[in-house]
Ligand binder design. Structure first.
Ligand SMILES: Cc1cc2nc3c(=O)[nH]c(=O)nc-3n(C[C@H](O)[C@H](O)[C@H](O)COP(=O)(O)O)c2cc1C
Length: 219
């Protein structure tokens, strides 16, 4: 049982990576082998629209033909039993690195099949997937900004390719800077953020841990 986590934040010890690590810890607590991949350590580009992965009879059919640091990661994902992606929200999307990663991950397995056709995915198995999001705003602000539709779209893409219904975990109102007094900002109160980090972030960590545990138990 192998559970892979992919971190789309440049910060390896902050909100996104912490939640992802908790999810992997949950899986490991049930005996799963886990691995955390930091996208910002890798040199790679998004999809180049070469369509090698969709060329009938081609040697890259169903696989990404681009060769870079993502190539071995995509290969490893083919043998994973669960996959957890995690990203900070940047301008109401996922981070640029995560977006490029999703293009390279999802497109090769995604067939332009007829709607609702049973053979729409080239991924050989059905595995659990999840997306963890962290963001500065509150849940209410996220809803007002349409953040739920972003999560729903990612759920659809992941579900279409990897088979099982994906899970989403959102962590709101995260603590963003080492020292709020040094940053030019008038919007956030350090006290509110610190209180939030103390009270709610551990609850999100617990939810992530439980999700990882569930994934490991369900295989
Ligand atoms: C370039 C940039 C854009 C951001 N855009 C948003 C945004 O649109 N909405 C939001 O709620 N937070 C936004 N944030 C805040 C981050 O999503 C939030 O601080 C997140 O928890 C950071 O994750 P990390 O601590 O793992 O790096 C932005 C941060 C940066 C650096």
């Amino acid at each position: 049982m192998k559970v892979l986590g992919v971190n789309g934040s440049a910060r390896k010890t902050w909100n996104t990576a912490t939640l992802l690590q908790k999810a992997l810890d949950g899986a490991a607590s049930q005996g799963a082998e886990t691995k955390l991949i930091h996208l910002y350590d890798l040199n790679f580009k998004g999809c180049k629209s070469c369509f090698s992965c969709k060329t009938k009879g081609g040697k890259s059919y169903g696989k990404c033909a681009s060769q870079d640091d993502l190539t071995p990661i995509l290969k490893e994902i083919e043998t994973a039993d669960a996959l957890i992606l995690a990203s900070p929200i940047y301008f109401w999307g996922v981070s640029g690195e995560m977006k490029s990663f999703i293009e390279r991950l999802v497109f090769p397995f995604y067939r332009y099949a007829k709607p609702d056709a049973p053979n729409a995915s080239l991924f050989p198995r059905k595995i659990n997937t999840a997306f963890i999001y962290t963001m500065n705003t509150t849940e209410e602000q996220m809803k007002a900004a349409g953040g739920e539709s972003l999560a729903a779209l990612n759920k659809r893409f992941l579900g279409n390719v990897f088979g099982k219904t994906p899970e989403s975990l959102m962590s709101f109102n995260t603590y963003q800077f080492d020292d709020y007094s040094k940053i030019d900002q008038e919007r956030f109160s350090e006290e509110v953020k610190a209180a939030r980090r103390k009270e709610f972030f551990p609850q999100d960590c617990e939810k992530a841990f439980e999700m990882g545990k569930r994934f490991a138990q369900s295989n």
